[in-house]
Design a protein around this ligand. Structure first.
Ligand SMILES: Nc1nc2c(c(=O)[nH]1)N[C@H]1C(S)=C(S)[C@@H](COP(=O)(O)O)O[C@H]1N2
Ligand SMILES: [Mo]
Length: 221
């Protein structure tokens, strides 16, 4: 790798560490001071709608696998025991779905994407600027590595103190609170580090490549 690449990686890691400053104790909330909590065009709901492509795969824990592949130094496949042996964190974050509902204060428990990234060691930004996620129902979605690495992004196994239900993506789903919820892959099975952004399912069907709710990045034109 070029020296420039190493420098970039170091800088990225430092930035991640700085963003993690609000990780006080074991609970993090993603509310950013000075920004409206409810993004434009959203309305609050109290229930938790279920949205997916209609197939809700049953994934028994003894057959559960998480594959880490692409531009990473440690490409590997984790089973449930190895995955849940990673540090566990509790976070309370908001959900913003592109179909205009938002739901506040969802209590998650799981593994921070930070901790998974420390294990995977993605290569410098030039090689691994993005991630492509794949799920057991065939769903895919893409996002920038920096967004995936957000301090409050979690590979969640629990919601409100109980194991995540199958309809909401159990045994494990991603939660990236600062992007629209379609980026939060349910039944996640594969994380691929990629160099050039590659559209996932909804992104191929007109949704935005990034999906920032505060910028209303709903659709690509
Ligand atoms: N594997 C998978 N993940 C998925 C989806 C899907 O169809 N399959 N739908 C996405 C969309 S569009 C939304 S809004 C949320 C819905 O999550 P929920 O059903 O827990 O509310 O999951 C996202 N993650
Ligand atoms: Mo969605």
């Amino acid at each position: 790798m070029s020296e420039n690449g190493e420098t970039k990686l170091t800088r990225t890691k430092r930035k991640w560490a700085e963003e993690g400053r609000f990780l006080t104790g074991d609970v993090a909330t993603g509310h950013t001071a000075g920004r409206e909590r409810l993004p434009p065009g959203q309305h609050l709901v109290k229930d938790w709608p279920v949205l997916d492509l209609g197939v809700e795969p049953e994934v028994p824990l003894d057959r559960w696998r998480l594959e880490i592949t692409g531009f990473a130094r440690n490409r590997t496949t984790l089973g449930w025991a190895a995955f849940t042996a990673l540090p566990q964190h509790d976070l309370i974050t908001d959900i913003h779905c592109v179909t205009t509902w938002s739901r506040y204060d969802n209590p998650w428990r799981g593994v921070l994407t930070r901790d998974l990234l420390a294990l995977a060691e993605p290569m410098a930004e030039a090689e691994a600027g993005f991630v492509l996620l794949e799920s057991a129902d065939g769903y895919t979605t893409n996002l920038p590595l920096d967004d995936f690495a957000a301090a409050d992004a979690v590979l969640a196994t629990h919601w409100n103190g109980a194991p995540l239900t199958r309809e909401h993506g159990g045994p494990m789903r991603l939660v990236v609170p600062h992007l629209y919820f379609w980026k939060s892959a349910k039944w996640l099975t594969r994380i691929e580090f990629i160099g050039r952004d590659r559209a996932g399912f909804w992104e191929r069907n007109g949704y935005h490549m990034r999906g920032d709710p505060w910028a209303e990045e709903r659709y690509s034109d």
